[in-house]
Write a new protein. Structure first.
Length: 334
Protein backbone atom coordinates (compact mmCIF):
# COMPACT_ATOMS: atom_id res chain seq x y z
CA UNK A 1 0.00 0.00 0.00
CA UNK A 2 1.35 3.39 -1.00
CA UNK A 3 2.15 5.55 2.04
CA UNK A 4 0.34 8.83 2.53
CA UNK A 5 2.23 12.12 2.76
CA UNK A 6 1.86 15.21 4.94
CA UNK A 7 3.75 18.36 3.97
CA UNK A 8 4.37 20.88 6.75
CA UNK A 9 5.35 24.39 5.64
CA UNK A 10 6.99 27.05 7.82
CA UNK A 11 9.17 30.14 7.58
CA UNK A 12 12.13 28.17 8.92
CA UNK A 13 13.43 27.37 12.38
CA UNK A 14 16.30 28.65 14.46
CA UNK A 15 17.29 26.11 17.12
CA UNK A 16 14.87 27.54 19.70
CA UNK A 17 11.97 27.44 17.23
CA UNK A 18 12.90 23.91 16.22
CA UNK A 19 12.89 22.67 19.82
CA UNK A 20 9.60 24.46 20.48
CA UNK A 21 7.96 22.72 17.51
CA UNK A 22 9.10 19.22 18.55
CA UNK A 23 5.90 18.97 20.58
CA UNK A 24 3.90 19.66 17.40
CA UNK A 25 5.96 17.13 15.45
CA UNK A 26 5.58 14.42 18.09
CA UNK A 27 1.83 14.95 18.29
CA UNK A 28 1.43 14.94 14.50
CA UNK A 29 3.50 11.79 13.98
CA UNK A 30 1.85 9.78 16.76
CA UNK A 31 -1.70 10.74 15.81
CA UNK A 32 -1.12 10.06 12.11
CA UNK A 33 1.36 7.14 12.15
CA UNK A 34 0.46 5.92 8.65
CA UNK A 35 1.61 9.21 7.10
CA UNK A 36 5.13 10.23 6.18
CA UNK A 37 5.95 13.81 7.17
CA UNK A 38 7.84 16.14 4.84
CA UNK A 39 9.13 19.59 5.86
CA UNK A 40 9.31 22.62 3.54
CA UNK A 41 10.40 26.13 4.52
CA UNK A 42 10.96 29.59 3.11
CA UNK A 43 14.30 29.83 4.94
CA UNK A 44 16.93 27.89 6.94
CA UNK A 45 15.73 25.27 9.41
CA UNK A 46 17.49 23.62 12.35
CA UNK A 47 15.82 20.36 11.23
CA UNK A 48 18.41 20.27 8.47
CA UNK A 49 21.21 21.24 10.87
CA UNK A 50 21.66 21.04 14.64
CA UNK A 51 18.34 19.22 15.19
CA UNK A 52 18.62 16.87 12.23
CA UNK A 53 19.33 13.81 14.37
CA UNK A 54 16.33 14.41 16.63
CA UNK A 55 13.87 15.46 13.93
CA UNK A 56 14.81 12.48 11.74
CA UNK A 57 12.63 10.29 13.99
CA UNK A 58 9.59 12.24 12.82
CA UNK A 59 10.42 13.78 9.45
CA UNK A 60 10.87 11.65 6.35
CA UNK A 61 12.57 14.44 4.43
CA UNK A 62 13.43 18.12 4.77
CA UNK A 63 13.39 19.86 1.40
CA UNK A 64 16.60 21.79 1.04
CA UNK A 65 15.36 24.25 -1.58
CA UNK A 66 13.46 27.11 0.04
CA UNK A 67 10.00 27.93 -1.26
CA UNK A 68 8.32 31.29 -0.89
CA UNK A 69 11.46 33.21 0.08
CA UNK A 70 11.72 34.94 -3.29
CA UNK A 71 8.01 35.20 -4.01
CA UNK A 72 8.14 36.35 -7.64
CA UNK A 73 10.60 33.63 -8.61
CA UNK A 74 8.52 30.98 -6.92
CA UNK A 75 5.34 32.07 -8.74
CA UNK A 76 6.90 31.04 -12.03
CA UNK A 77 9.57 28.52 -11.01
CA UNK A 78 8.39 25.93 -8.50
CA UNK A 79 11.18 23.42 -7.69
CA UNK A 80 10.57 20.13 -9.51
CA UNK A 81 11.20 18.17 -6.32
CA UNK A 82 8.01 19.51 -4.71
CA UNK A 83 5.78 20.33 -7.68
CA UNK A 84 6.02 16.73 -8.91
CA UNK A 85 5.08 15.25 -5.51
CA UNK A 86 1.49 14.74 -4.42
CA UNK A 87 0.75 15.45 -0.77
CA UNK A 88 -2.39 14.04 0.83
CA UNK A 89 -2.31 16.84 3.39
CA UNK A 90 -0.56 20.21 3.45
CA UNK A 91 -0.28 21.97 6.83
CA UNK A 92 0.62 25.63 6.45
CA UNK A 93 1.95 26.88 9.81
CA UNK A 94 2.72 30.46 8.71
CA UNK A 95 0.33 33.28 7.84
CA UNK A 96 1.72 35.18 4.84
CA UNK A 97 -1.12 35.27 2.23
CA UNK A 98 1.32 35.26 -0.69
CA UNK A 99 3.21 32.24 0.64
CA UNK A 100 -0.01 30.43 1.50
CA UNK A 101 -1.33 31.03 -2.02
CA UNK A 102 1.92 29.72 -3.50
CA UNK A 103 1.75 26.67 -1.27
CA UNK A 104 -1.80 25.88 -2.31
CA UNK A 105 -0.57 25.55 -5.92
CA UNK A 106 1.25 22.34 -5.02
CA UNK A 107 -0.51 19.03 -5.80
CA UNK A 108 -2.49 18.07 -2.71
CA UNK A 109 -5.64 16.62 -1.19
CA UNK A 110 -6.42 18.64 1.97
CA UNK A 111 -5.02 22.10 2.65
CA UNK A 112 -5.01 23.33 6.26
CA UNK A 113 -3.96 26.91 6.96
CA UNK A 114 -4.79 29.58 9.53
CA UNK A 115 -3.83 32.32 7.07
CA UNK A 116 -6.46 35.07 6.71
CA UNK A 117 -8.47 33.52 9.54
CA UNK A 118 -8.62 30.12 7.74
CA UNK A 119 -10.00 31.68 4.52
CA UNK A 120 -7.76 29.50 2.32
CA UNK A 121 -8.14 26.37 4.45
CA UNK A 122 -10.23 23.35 3.44
CA UNK A 123 -10.86 22.71 7.16
CA UNK A 124 -12.02 25.49 9.47
CA UNK A 125 -12.46 25.62 13.26
CA UNK A 126 -16.02 25.78 14.60
CA UNK A 127 -15.09 28.71 16.82
CA UNK A 128 -12.49 31.47 16.65
CA UNK A 129 -9.20 30.35 18.20
CA UNK A 130 -8.68 32.37 21.37
CA UNK A 131 -5.01 31.76 22.09
CA UNK A 132 -1.73 33.63 21.79
CA UNK A 133 0.32 30.46 22.22
CA UNK A 134 2.07 29.30 19.06
CA UNK A 135 2.10 25.74 20.35
CA UNK A 136 -1.67 25.77 21.00
CA UNK A 137 -2.22 27.18 17.50
CA UNK A 138 -0.12 24.43 15.90
CA UNK A 139 -1.87 21.71 17.91
CA UNK A 140 -5.22 23.18 16.81
CA UNK A 141 -4.20 22.62 13.19
CA UNK A 142 -3.68 18.94 13.99
CA UNK A 143 -7.00 18.93 15.87
CA UNK A 144 -8.77 19.98 12.65
CA UNK A 145 -7.29 16.96 10.88
CA UNK A 146 -8.27 14.64 13.71
CA UNK A 147 -11.88 15.85 13.61
CA UNK A 148 -11.92 15.44 9.83
CA UNK A 149 -10.86 11.81 10.25
CA UNK A 150 -13.38 11.43 13.11
CA UNK A 151 -10.83 10.50 15.76
CA UNK A 152 -9.74 11.89 19.11
CA UNK A 153 -6.48 13.81 19.24
CA UNK A 154 -4.08 12.21 21.72
CA UNK A 155 -1.44 14.20 23.58
CA UNK A 156 2.18 13.17 22.90
CA UNK A 157 4.59 15.66 24.51
CA UNK A 158 8.16 15.39 23.27
CA UNK A 159 10.59 13.59 25.57
CA UNK A 160 14.34 13.44 25.10
CA UNK A 161 16.34 10.39 26.15
CA UNK A 162 19.79 11.15 27.60
CA UNK A 163 22.97 9.26 26.78
CA UNK A 164 24.10 7.39 29.92
CA UNK A 165 27.69 8.46 29.27
CA UNK A 166 26.71 12.05 30.08
CA UNK A 167 25.10 10.94 33.34
CA UNK A 168 28.28 9.13 34.36
CA UNK A 169 30.50 12.10 33.48
CA UNK A 170 28.26 14.56 35.30
CA UNK A 171 28.31 12.41 38.43
CA UNK A 172 32.02 13.20 38.50
CA UNK A 173 31.83 16.87 37.46
CA UNK A 174 28.71 17.84 39.40
CA UNK A 175 28.36 15.51 42.41
CA UNK A 176 24.79 15.30 43.69
CA UNK A 177 25.83 16.21 47.25
CA UNK A 178 26.12 19.88 46.20
CA UNK A 179 23.44 22.38 45.13
CA UNK A 180 23.70 24.05 41.71
CA UNK A 181 22.11 26.93 39.84
CA UNK A 182 22.38 27.14 36.06
CA UNK A 183 23.04 30.37 34.17
CA UNK A 184 22.59 30.83 30.40
CA UNK A 185 23.71 34.43 29.76
CA UNK A 186 23.76 34.37 25.96
CA UNK A 187 21.32 34.62 23.04
CA UNK A 188 21.76 34.75 19.27
CA UNK A 189 19.77 38.00 19.25
CA UNK A 190 21.90 40.36 21.34
CA UNK A 191 18.96 42.71 21.93
CA UNK A 192 17.47 40.00 24.19
CA UNK A 193 20.59 39.65 26.37
CA UNK A 194 20.47 40.69 30.02
CA UNK A 195 23.85 42.19 30.97
CA UNK A 196 26.54 39.64 31.83
CA UNK A 197 27.31 41.69 34.96
CA UNK A 198 23.73 41.04 36.07
CA UNK A 199 24.13 37.28 35.70
CA UNK A 200 27.41 37.46 37.61
CA UNK A 201 25.74 39.50 40.38
CA UNK A 202 22.99 36.89 40.78
CA UNK A 203 25.54 34.05 40.71
CA UNK A 204 27.65 35.84 43.34
CA UNK A 205 24.63 36.20 45.62
CA UNK A 206 23.87 32.47 45.46
CA UNK A 207 27.52 31.46 45.74
CA UNK A 208 27.47 33.06 49.20
CA UNK A 209 24.51 30.81 50.02
CA UNK A 210 26.42 27.60 49.20
CA UNK A 211 25.11 27.17 45.66
CA UNK A 212 27.61 26.40 42.89
CA UNK A 213 27.02 28.47 39.73
CA UNK A 214 27.04 26.44 36.50
CA UNK A 215 27.29 28.33 33.22
CA UNK A 216 25.98 27.28 29.82
CA UNK A 217 28.39 28.95 27.41
CA UNK A 218 27.84 28.85 23.66
CA UNK A 219 30.43 29.54 20.93
CA UNK A 220 29.42 33.22 20.82
CA UNK A 221 30.05 33.67 24.55
CA UNK A 222 33.54 32.19 24.85
CA UNK A 223 35.01 35.70 25.24
CA UNK A 224 33.13 35.95 28.55
CA UNK A 225 34.90 32.99 30.14
CA UNK A 226 37.87 34.81 31.66
CA UNK A 227 35.68 37.46 33.28
CA UNK A 228 33.26 34.89 34.73
CA UNK A 229 36.13 32.79 36.10
CA UNK A 230 37.74 35.87 37.65
CA UNK A 231 34.52 37.02 39.33
CA UNK A 232 33.32 33.51 40.24
CA UNK A 233 36.24 31.19 41.01
CA UNK A 234 33.83 28.40 42.00
CA UNK A 235 31.86 28.51 38.73
CA UNK A 236 31.65 25.36 36.64
CA UNK A 237 31.48 25.04 32.85
CA UNK A 238 30.63 21.36 32.24
CA UNK A 239 30.12 21.67 28.48
CA UNK A 240 33.61 23.13 28.09
CA UNK A 241 35.19 20.81 30.66
CA UNK A 242 33.79 17.73 28.92
CA UNK A 243 34.89 19.04 25.53
CA UNK A 244 38.42 19.44 26.82
CA UNK A 245 38.31 15.79 27.95
CA UNK A 246 36.83 14.81 24.55
CA UNK A 247 33.67 13.59 26.29
CA UNK A 248 31.36 16.18 24.74
CA UNK A 249 29.82 15.67 21.33
CA UNK A 250 27.76 18.79 21.89
CA UNK A 251 24.06 19.12 21.31
CA UNK A 252 20.87 19.21 23.29
CA UNK A 253 21.34 15.97 25.22
CA UNK A 254 24.23 17.33 27.26
CA UNK A 255 22.49 20.64 27.99
CA UNK A 256 19.42 18.78 29.24
CA UNK A 257 21.54 16.41 31.34
CA UNK A 258 23.30 19.38 32.97
CA UNK A 259 20.06 21.30 33.51
CA UNK A 260 18.59 18.28 35.27
CA UNK A 261 21.25 18.70 38.00
CA UNK A 262 20.25 22.31 38.69
CA UNK A 263 17.90 23.53 41.43
CA UNK A 264 16.88 26.28 39.02
CA UNK A 265 18.14 27.80 35.75
CA UNK A 266 18.23 31.46 34.75
CA UNK A 267 18.22 32.22 31.02
CA UNK A 268 17.44 34.87 28.45
CA UNK A 269 14.69 34.25 25.91
CA UNK A 270 16.92 32.10 23.69
CA UNK A 271 17.50 28.75 22.05
CA UNK A 272 19.32 27.66 25.21
CA UNK A 273 16.21 28.36 27.30
CA UNK A 274 14.23 25.98 25.06
CA UNK A 275 16.90 23.31 25.53
CA UNK A 276 16.80 23.75 29.30
CA UNK A 277 12.99 23.49 29.16
CA UNK A 278 13.34 19.87 28.01
CA UNK A 279 14.82 19.03 31.40
CA UNK A 280 12.97 18.38 34.63
CA UNK A 281 14.34 21.47 36.37
CA UNK A 282 12.93 24.92 37.00
CA UNK A 283 13.51 27.74 34.53
CA UNK A 284 13.36 31.48 35.14
CA UNK A 285 13.13 33.02 31.67
CA UNK A 286 13.87 36.69 30.94
CA UNK A 287 11.73 38.11 28.12
CA UNK A 288 12.01 41.46 26.41
CA UNK A 289 11.03 42.07 22.77
CA UNK A 290 8.87 38.96 22.24
CA UNK A 291 5.53 37.95 23.73
CA UNK A 292 6.04 35.20 26.34
CA UNK A 293 2.38 34.12 26.00
CA UNK A 294 3.23 33.09 22.45
CA UNK A 295 6.88 32.03 22.61
CA UNK A 296 7.73 30.96 26.17
CA UNK A 297 9.46 27.58 26.38
CA UNK A 298 7.17 24.58 26.75
CA UNK A 299 7.55 23.45 30.33
CA UNK A 300 5.26 23.64 33.36
CA UNK A 301 8.29 24.55 35.48
CA UNK A 302 8.78 27.99 33.97
CA UNK A 303 8.50 31.45 35.50
CA UNK A 304 8.69 34.41 33.13
CA UNK A 305 9.91 37.91 33.90
CA UNK A 306 8.97 40.27 31.08
CA UNK A 307 10.80 43.60 30.72
CA UNK A 308 7.62 45.07 29.22
CA UNK A 309 6.14 44.91 32.74
CA UNK A 310 8.86 47.41 33.69
CA UNK A 311 8.26 49.83 30.83
CA UNK A 312 9.89 48.59 27.64
CA UNK A 313 11.64 45.96 25.55
CA UNK A 314 15.12 46.48 26.98
CA UNK A 315 15.89 43.36 29.07
CA UNK A 316 18.03 45.46 31.41
CA UNK A 317 14.91 47.16 32.75
CA UNK A 318 14.68 43.99 34.84
CA UNK A 319 16.65 44.50 38.05
CA UNK A 320 19.02 42.04 39.69
CA UNK A 321 17.08 42.49 42.94
CA UNK A 322 13.80 41.44 41.30
CA UNK A 323 15.35 38.38 39.67
CA UNK A 324 16.79 37.24 43.01
CA UNK A 325 13.39 37.81 44.65
CA UNK A 326 11.64 35.55 42.08
CA UNK A 327 14.38 32.91 42.29
CA UNK A 328 14.12 32.85 46.09
CA UNK A 329 10.36 32.33 45.83
CA UNK A 330 10.87 29.32 43.56
CA UNK A 331 13.67 27.85 45.66
CA UNK A 332 11.63 28.26 48.84
CA UNK A 333 8.78 26.27 47.28
CA UNK A 334 11.01 23.32 46.29
Amino acid sequence: MKSKKILVYSNGEAIGDGIYKLNFLTTLKNNFPSYKIFWLTSGPTAYQGSLKKISHAFIEKVFTEYYGKKKLRDIFFTPDEIKNTYFDIIIDTQKSPIRSTLLKKLPHGLFVSGCLNFLLSDLKPKHKLLTNSLNAYLINLIQLLARHEEKDLLDYPFKLSINKIYQIELNRLLPRKFKYIGFAPGAADLSKVWLLDNFIAVATYYSKKAFIPVFFIGPNELAWLDLIKKKLPNARFPEIELKERKKNNGGIELVVAIANRMQINLANDSGMSHMIALSNSYLLSLFSKHDPAKYAALTKKITVIDSKSFGGTNPNLISVKYVIKKMNEILKAL
